[in-house]
Design a protein. Structure first.
Length: 392
Protein backbone atom coordinates (compact mmCIF):
# COMPACT_ATOMS: atom_id res chain seq x y z
CA UNK A 1 0.00 0.00 0.00
CA UNK A 2 1.54 3.32 -1.11
CA UNK A 3 1.50 6.54 0.91
CA UNK A 4 -1.54 7.91 -0.91
CA UNK A 5 -3.54 4.75 -0.24
CA UNK A 6 -2.38 4.71 3.38
CA UNK A 7 -3.50 8.32 3.85
CA UNK A 8 -6.87 7.59 2.25
CA UNK A 9 -7.35 4.56 4.51
CA UNK A 10 -6.48 6.62 7.60
CA UNK A 11 -8.93 9.36 6.61
CA UNK A 12 -11.70 6.84 5.94
CA UNK A 13 -11.15 5.01 9.24
CA UNK A 14 -11.09 8.31 11.15
CA UNK A 15 -14.34 9.47 9.56
CA UNK A 16 -16.02 6.10 10.08
CA UNK A 17 -15.15 5.70 13.75
CA UNK A 18 -16.22 9.27 14.53
CA UNK A 19 -19.36 9.44 12.41
CA UNK A 20 -20.62 5.84 12.29
CA UNK A 21 -19.14 4.08 15.32
CA UNK A 22 -21.90 1.48 15.70
CA UNK A 23 -21.23 0.18 12.20
CA UNK A 24 -17.45 0.56 12.38
CA UNK A 25 -16.68 -1.37 15.58
CA UNK A 26 -17.76 -4.74 14.10
CA UNK A 27 -15.58 -4.00 11.06
CA UNK A 28 -12.60 -3.23 13.30
CA UNK A 29 -13.21 -6.35 15.39
CA UNK A 30 -13.03 -8.53 12.29
CA UNK A 31 -9.72 -7.11 11.06
CA UNK A 32 -6.54 -9.15 11.53
CA UNK A 33 -4.32 -6.20 12.39
CA UNK A 34 -1.47 -6.49 14.89
CA UNK A 35 -0.72 -3.94 17.59
CA UNK A 36 2.35 -2.86 15.64
CA UNK A 37 0.31 -2.33 12.48
CA UNK A 38 -2.29 -0.23 14.30
CA UNK A 39 0.46 1.86 15.86
CA UNK A 40 2.00 2.52 12.46
CA UNK A 41 -1.18 3.12 10.45
CA UNK A 42 -3.38 4.95 12.98
CA UNK A 43 -1.82 5.86 16.32
CA UNK A 44 1.47 7.41 15.17
CA UNK A 45 -0.04 9.92 12.70
CA UNK A 46 -3.13 10.91 14.70
CA UNK A 47 -1.44 11.09 18.11
CA UNK A 48 0.90 13.69 16.64
CA UNK A 49 -1.92 16.18 15.96
CA UNK A 50 -2.15 17.49 19.52
CA UNK A 51 1.59 17.85 20.21
CA UNK A 52 2.24 19.44 16.80
CA UNK A 53 -0.70 21.85 17.25
CA UNK A 54 0.49 22.76 20.74
CA UNK A 55 4.02 23.29 19.42
CA UNK A 56 2.87 25.63 16.64
CA UNK A 57 0.59 27.52 19.04
CA UNK A 58 3.41 28.00 21.56
CA UNK A 59 5.87 29.25 18.95
CA UNK A 60 3.44 31.50 17.06
CA UNK A 61 1.08 32.77 19.77
CA UNK A 62 2.85 31.95 23.03
CA UNK A 63 1.19 31.11 26.32
CA UNK A 64 -0.67 33.84 28.19
CA UNK A 65 -1.02 33.89 31.98
CA UNK A 66 -1.80 36.79 34.32
CA UNK A 67 -1.58 39.18 31.39
CA UNK A 68 1.93 38.03 30.47
CA UNK A 69 2.60 36.19 27.22
CA UNK A 70 5.52 33.78 27.15
CA UNK A 71 6.88 32.38 23.90
CA UNK A 72 9.21 29.46 24.56
CA UNK A 73 12.26 28.92 22.42
CA UNK A 74 11.89 26.73 19.36
CA UNK A 75 13.89 23.90 20.96
CA UNK A 76 12.01 24.17 24.25
CA UNK A 77 8.61 24.00 22.54
CA UNK A 78 9.82 21.13 20.35
CA UNK A 79 11.11 19.11 23.29
CA UNK A 80 7.79 19.57 25.12
CA UNK A 81 5.92 18.37 22.04
CA UNK A 82 8.15 15.32 21.69
CA UNK A 83 7.73 14.36 25.35
CA UNK A 84 3.96 14.80 25.07
CA UNK A 85 3.93 12.63 21.96
CA UNK A 86 5.92 9.85 23.59
CA UNK A 87 3.68 9.89 26.67
CA UNK A 88 0.64 9.63 24.42
CA UNK A 89 2.05 6.60 22.62
CA UNK A 90 2.82 4.89 25.92
CA UNK A 91 -0.54 5.89 27.35
CA UNK A 92 -2.47 4.13 24.57
CA UNK A 93 -0.77 0.82 25.35
CA UNK A 94 -1.24 1.23 29.10
CA UNK A 95 -4.93 1.96 28.60
CA UNK A 96 -5.20 -1.17 26.47
CA UNK A 97 -3.69 -3.18 29.32
CA UNK A 98 -6.25 -1.71 31.71
CA UNK A 99 -9.18 -2.43 29.38
CA UNK A 100 -7.96 -6.00 28.92
CA UNK A 101 -7.43 -6.44 32.65
CA UNK A 102 -10.94 -5.22 33.49
CA UNK A 103 -12.78 -7.28 30.87
CA UNK A 104 -13.46 -10.42 32.97
CA UNK A 105 -14.65 -8.28 35.89
CA UNK A 106 -17.51 -7.00 33.75
CA UNK A 107 -18.46 -10.26 32.09
CA UNK A 108 -16.23 -9.74 29.07
CA UNK A 109 -13.42 -11.72 27.49
CA UNK A 110 -9.80 -10.65 27.84
CA UNK A 111 -8.23 -10.09 24.44
CA UNK A 112 -5.07 -7.98 24.29
CA UNK A 113 -5.32 -7.23 20.58
CA UNK A 114 -8.97 -6.17 20.76
CA UNK A 115 -8.28 -4.13 23.88
CA UNK A 116 -5.58 -2.24 22.00
CA UNK A 117 -7.94 -1.66 19.09
CA UNK A 118 -10.51 -0.25 21.53
CA UNK A 119 -7.96 2.02 23.21
CA UNK A 120 -6.43 3.22 19.94
CA UNK A 121 -9.55 3.86 17.89
CA UNK A 122 -11.60 5.36 20.75
CA UNK A 123 -8.77 7.88 21.28
CA UNK A 124 -9.31 9.16 17.73
CA UNK A 125 -11.76 11.83 18.93
CA UNK A 126 -9.27 13.29 21.40
CA UNK A 127 -6.46 13.30 18.85
CA UNK A 128 -8.56 14.97 16.15
CA UNK A 129 -9.84 17.54 18.67
CA UNK A 130 -6.20 18.41 19.35
CA UNK A 131 -6.24 20.47 16.15
CA UNK A 132 -8.22 23.14 18.01
CA UNK A 133 -5.08 24.01 19.98
CA UNK A 134 -3.82 25.76 16.87
CA UNK A 135 -6.20 28.69 17.13
CA UNK A 136 -6.44 30.99 20.18
CA UNK A 137 -9.92 30.81 21.63
CA UNK A 138 -10.69 27.38 20.19
CA UNK A 139 -8.51 25.46 22.63
CA UNK A 140 -11.56 24.88 24.85
CA UNK A 141 -12.90 22.61 22.08
CA UNK A 142 -10.25 20.05 22.93
CA UNK A 143 -12.68 18.88 25.65
CA UNK A 144 -14.76 17.47 22.80
CA UNK A 145 -12.25 14.64 22.78
CA UNK A 146 -14.43 13.24 25.57
CA UNK A 147 -16.51 11.82 22.72
CA UNK A 148 -13.97 9.02 23.03
CA UNK A 149 -15.83 7.85 26.15
CA UNK A 150 -18.90 7.27 24.02
CA UNK A 151 -16.78 5.37 21.50
CA UNK A 152 -15.50 3.14 24.31
CA UNK A 153 -19.06 2.63 25.53
CA UNK A 154 -20.17 1.48 22.07
CA UNK A 155 -17.04 -0.59 21.46
CA UNK A 156 -16.95 -2.56 24.70
CA UNK A 157 -19.71 -5.08 23.83
CA UNK A 158 -18.18 -5.67 20.38
CA UNK A 159 -14.47 -5.71 21.18
CA UNK A 160 -14.44 -7.14 24.71
CA UNK A 161 -17.65 -9.20 24.50
CA UNK A 162 -19.03 -7.62 27.66
CA UNK A 163 -22.84 -7.58 28.12
CA UNK A 164 -24.41 -4.36 26.88
CA UNK A 165 -26.05 -3.75 30.25
CA UNK A 166 -22.58 -3.55 31.82
CA UNK A 167 -21.06 -1.30 29.15
CA UNK A 168 -21.78 1.91 31.10
CA UNK A 169 -20.18 0.76 34.35
CA UNK A 170 -17.25 -0.67 32.36
CA UNK A 171 -16.86 2.77 30.76
CA UNK A 172 -16.96 4.38 34.20
CA UNK A 173 -14.17 2.06 35.27
CA UNK A 174 -12.06 3.17 32.32
CA UNK A 175 -12.72 6.82 33.25
CA UNK A 176 -11.62 6.19 36.83
CA UNK A 177 -8.41 4.54 35.67
CA UNK A 178 -7.85 7.39 33.22
CA UNK A 179 -8.14 9.88 36.07
CA UNK A 180 -5.17 8.25 37.77
CA UNK A 181 -3.17 7.81 34.57
CA UNK A 182 -0.48 10.08 35.98
CA UNK A 183 0.18 7.46 38.63
CA UNK A 184 0.73 4.88 35.91
CA UNK A 185 3.54 6.90 34.38
CA UNK A 186 5.25 7.47 37.71
CA UNK A 187 4.73 3.94 38.95
CA UNK A 188 5.43 1.93 35.82
CA UNK A 189 6.20 -1.21 37.78
CA UNK A 190 3.05 -1.06 39.90
CA UNK A 191 0.84 -4.13 39.32
CA UNK A 192 -2.37 -3.58 37.45
CA UNK A 193 -4.23 -4.84 40.52
CA UNK A 194 -3.52 -1.38 41.93
CA UNK A 195 -6.59 -0.20 40.05
CA UNK A 196 -8.99 -2.86 41.34
CA UNK A 197 -9.71 -0.96 44.56
CA UNK A 198 -10.63 2.13 42.53
CA UNK A 199 -12.94 0.28 40.17
CA UNK A 200 -16.63 0.29 41.14
CA UNK A 201 -18.22 -3.16 41.49
CA UNK A 202 -21.07 -3.89 39.12
CA UNK A 203 -23.31 -4.59 42.09
CA UNK A 204 -22.80 -1.14 43.60
CA UNK A 205 -25.89 1.07 43.15
CA UNK A 206 -27.91 1.57 40.00
CA UNK A 207 -26.64 2.25 36.51
CA UNK A 208 -27.53 5.49 34.76
CA UNK A 209 -26.71 7.21 31.52
CA UNK A 210 -24.44 9.78 33.12
CA UNK A 211 -20.72 9.42 33.73
CA UNK A 212 -18.96 11.74 36.16
CA UNK A 213 -15.63 13.09 34.98
CA UNK A 214 -13.46 14.07 37.97
CA UNK A 215 -12.74 17.79 38.10
CA UNK A 216 -14.85 18.61 35.05
CA UNK A 217 -18.50 17.70 35.37
CA UNK A 218 -20.66 14.95 33.92
CA UNK A 219 -21.14 13.23 30.61
CA UNK A 220 -24.65 12.40 29.37
CA UNK A 221 -24.39 9.26 27.23
CA UNK A 222 -27.90 9.78 25.87
CA UNK A 223 -26.98 13.19 24.53
CA UNK A 224 -23.79 11.72 23.13
CA UNK A 225 -26.01 9.40 21.09
CA UNK A 226 -27.79 12.44 19.65
CA UNK A 227 -24.45 14.10 18.97
CA UNK A 228 -23.30 11.02 17.10
CA UNK A 229 -26.36 11.25 14.86
CA UNK A 230 -25.60 14.92 14.14
CA UNK A 231 -22.05 13.99 13.21
CA UNK A 232 -23.33 11.27 10.88
CA UNK A 233 -25.66 13.81 9.27
CA UNK A 234 -22.73 16.18 8.85
CA UNK A 235 -20.81 13.42 7.11
CA UNK A 236 -23.70 12.90 4.70
CA UNK A 237 -23.70 16.62 3.88
CA UNK A 238 -19.96 16.45 3.21
CA UNK A 239 -20.34 13.47 0.89
CA UNK A 240 -23.18 15.15 -0.99
CA UNK A 241 -21.18 18.37 -1.42
CA UNK A 242 -23.45 20.38 0.90
CA UNK A 243 -20.80 20.91 3.58
CA UNK A 244 -19.58 24.25 2.32
CA UNK A 245 -18.77 26.88 4.91
CA UNK A 246 -20.30 30.34 4.86
CA UNK A 247 -18.07 32.54 2.65
CA UNK A 248 -15.64 34.55 4.75
CA UNK A 249 -16.81 37.78 3.13
CA UNK A 250 -20.38 37.01 4.21
CA UNK A 251 -19.19 36.47 7.78
CA UNK A 252 -17.41 39.84 7.57
CA UNK A 253 -20.75 41.56 6.90
CA UNK A 254 -22.05 40.15 10.18
CA UNK A 255 -19.39 41.98 12.18
CA UNK A 256 -20.66 45.33 13.52
CA UNK A 257 -19.30 48.59 12.15
CA UNK A 258 -18.74 49.91 15.67
CA UNK A 259 -18.93 48.90 19.33
CA UNK A 260 -20.25 50.82 22.35
CA UNK A 261 -18.00 53.68 23.39
CA UNK A 262 -17.29 54.83 19.85
CA UNK A 263 -14.95 51.95 19.00
CA UNK A 264 -14.87 51.93 15.19
CA UNK A 265 -14.13 48.86 13.10
CA UNK A 266 -10.67 48.55 11.54
CA UNK A 267 -8.22 45.92 10.34
CA UNK A 268 -10.88 43.61 8.85
CA UNK A 269 -9.49 40.18 7.95
CA UNK A 270 -11.06 37.16 6.25
CA UNK A 271 -9.81 33.67 5.51
CA UNK A 272 -11.18 30.40 4.21
CA UNK A 273 -10.05 26.90 3.40
CA UNK A 274 -11.38 23.72 1.85
CA UNK A 275 -9.92 20.23 2.11
CA UNK A 276 -11.57 17.37 0.31
CA UNK A 277 -14.70 19.42 -0.26
CA UNK A 278 -15.04 20.26 3.44
CA UNK A 279 -14.54 23.92 4.23
CA UNK A 280 -14.10 26.37 7.08
CA UNK A 281 -14.00 30.17 7.11
CA UNK A 282 -13.31 33.06 9.44
CA UNK A 283 -13.71 36.82 9.67
CA UNK A 284 -12.28 39.15 12.30
CA UNK A 285 -12.02 42.87 12.94
CA UNK A 286 -10.44 45.19 15.50
CA UNK A 287 -12.25 47.99 17.32
CA UNK A 288 -10.48 50.89 19.02
CA UNK A 289 -6.82 51.85 18.94
CA UNK A 290 -3.61 51.62 20.93
CA UNK A 291 -3.83 49.39 23.99
CA UNK A 292 -7.60 49.67 24.11
CA UNK A 293 -8.57 47.30 21.33
CA UNK A 294 -11.23 44.59 21.17
CA UNK A 295 -11.04 41.96 18.45
CA UNK A 296 -14.25 40.26 17.31
CA UNK A 297 -14.03 36.98 15.41
CA UNK A 298 -16.58 34.69 13.77
CA UNK A 299 -15.38 31.25 12.70
CA UNK A 300 -17.47 28.77 10.72
CA UNK A 301 -16.10 25.39 11.75
CA UNK A 302 -17.97 23.68 8.92
CA UNK A 303 -18.38 19.93 9.30
CA UNK A 304 -15.86 20.00 12.13
CA UNK A 305 -18.47 22.04 13.96
CA UNK A 306 -20.55 18.88 14.31
CA UNK A 307 -18.07 18.00 17.06
CA UNK A 308 -19.37 21.06 18.86
CA UNK A 309 -22.72 19.31 19.23
CA UNK A 310 -20.96 17.20 21.84
CA UNK A 311 -20.99 20.30 24.04
CA UNK A 312 -24.64 19.57 24.81
CA UNK A 313 -23.59 16.24 26.29
CA UNK A 314 -20.82 17.70 28.42
CA UNK A 315 -22.28 19.20 31.57
CA UNK A 316 -19.04 20.99 32.33
CA UNK A 317 -18.94 23.71 34.94
CA UNK A 318 -15.45 24.91 35.77
CA UNK A 319 -14.39 28.12 37.51
CA UNK A 320 -11.06 29.17 38.95
CA UNK A 321 -9.41 32.36 40.18
CA UNK A 322 -5.72 33.09 40.46
CA UNK A 323 -5.08 36.57 41.80
CA UNK A 324 -6.91 39.00 39.56
CA UNK A 325 -7.52 36.41 36.83
CA UNK A 326 -10.79 34.51 36.68
CA UNK A 327 -11.53 31.70 34.23
CA UNK A 328 -14.87 30.01 33.57
CA UNK A 329 -16.05 27.23 31.28
CA UNK A 330 -19.67 26.13 31.09
CA UNK A 331 -23.02 26.73 29.48
CA UNK A 332 -24.38 30.28 29.33
CA UNK A 333 -27.79 30.80 27.75
CA UNK A 334 -27.60 27.17 26.60
CA UNK A 335 -24.32 27.63 24.74
CA UNK A 336 -20.87 26.32 25.65
CA UNK A 337 -18.78 29.34 26.67
CA UNK A 338 -15.22 29.99 27.77
CA UNK A 339 -14.30 33.16 29.67
CA UNK A 340 -11.03 34.58 30.93
CA UNK A 341 -10.70 38.04 32.49
CA UNK A 342 -7.98 39.89 34.38
CA UNK A 343 -9.57 42.59 36.54
CA UNK A 344 -6.17 44.23 37.12
CA UNK A 345 -5.11 44.67 33.50
CA UNK A 346 -8.72 44.89 32.26
CA UNK A 347 -7.92 42.34 29.59
CA UNK A 348 -9.87 39.23 28.71
CA UNK A 349 -11.60 36.89 26.31
CA UNK A 350 -15.21 35.77 25.93
CA UNK A 351 -15.93 33.00 23.45
CA UNK A 352 -18.89 30.74 22.80
CA UNK A 353 -20.19 28.10 20.39
CA UNK A 354 -23.29 29.11 18.43
CA UNK A 355 -25.59 26.64 16.72
CA UNK A 356 -23.14 23.74 17.17
CA UNK A 357 -21.20 25.24 14.28
CA UNK A 358 -19.85 28.76 14.80
CA UNK A 359 -17.27 29.99 17.29
CA UNK A 360 -17.67 33.68 18.16
CA UNK A 361 -15.17 35.51 20.33
CA UNK A 362 -14.44 38.92 21.81
CA UNK A 363 -10.83 39.36 22.90
CA UNK A 364 -9.11 42.46 24.25
CA UNK A 365 -9.38 45.36 26.66
CA UNK A 366 -12.66 45.96 28.51
CA UNK A 367 -13.83 47.21 31.88
CA UNK A 368 -15.57 43.95 32.73
CA UNK A 369 -16.63 40.53 31.52
CA UNK A 370 -20.05 42.01 30.85
CA UNK A 371 -18.48 44.58 28.52
CA UNK A 372 -16.89 41.80 26.47
CA UNK A 373 -20.22 40.00 26.31
CA UNK A 374 -21.90 43.24 25.21
CA UNK A 375 -19.38 43.51 22.37
CA UNK A 376 -20.09 39.90 21.41
CA UNK A 377 -23.83 40.57 21.40
CA UNK A 378 -23.32 43.11 18.60
CA UNK A 379 -22.90 40.06 16.35
CA UNK A 380 -26.23 38.77 15.02
CA UNK A 381 -26.25 35.50 16.98
CA UNK A 382 -29.79 34.66 15.85
CA UNK A 383 -28.71 34.86 12.20
CA UNK A 384 -25.83 32.45 12.82
CA UNK A 385 -28.16 29.99 14.54
CA UNK A 386 -30.59 30.25 11.62
CA UNK A 387 -27.78 29.40 9.19
CA UNK A 388 -26.79 26.42 11.34
CA UNK A 389 -30.37 25.09 11.43
CA UNK A 390 -30.78 25.47 7.70
CA UNK A 391 -27.64 23.44 7.06
CA UNK A 392 -26.47 25.96 4.43
Amino acid sequence: MNEQQTGAALLQRTKSILLNPREEWPVIEGELASIGTIYKSHVLPLAAIGPVSAFIHAVVFGTSFLGITHRPSFLSALSSAVVSYIFTLIGVFLMALVIDFLAPRFGGTANRNNAFKLAAYSATAAWVAGIFQLIPGLSMLTILGLYGLYLIYLGIPVMMKAPEDKAIIYTVAVVVVGAIAGMIFSLVLAPLMLFSSAVPDVSDGNLSGTVSVPGMGSLDLGKLEDAGKKMAAANERAQSGRATAVPAKQLATMLPSALPGGLVQSNLKTSGTSIGGVGASSASASYGEGEYVIDLTITDLGVAGSLASLGNALNIESESQNGSVIEKTGKIDGRLANIRFDSASKDGRYGMIVGDRFNVEADGHANSIEALRAALDRIDIAALEAISKSGD
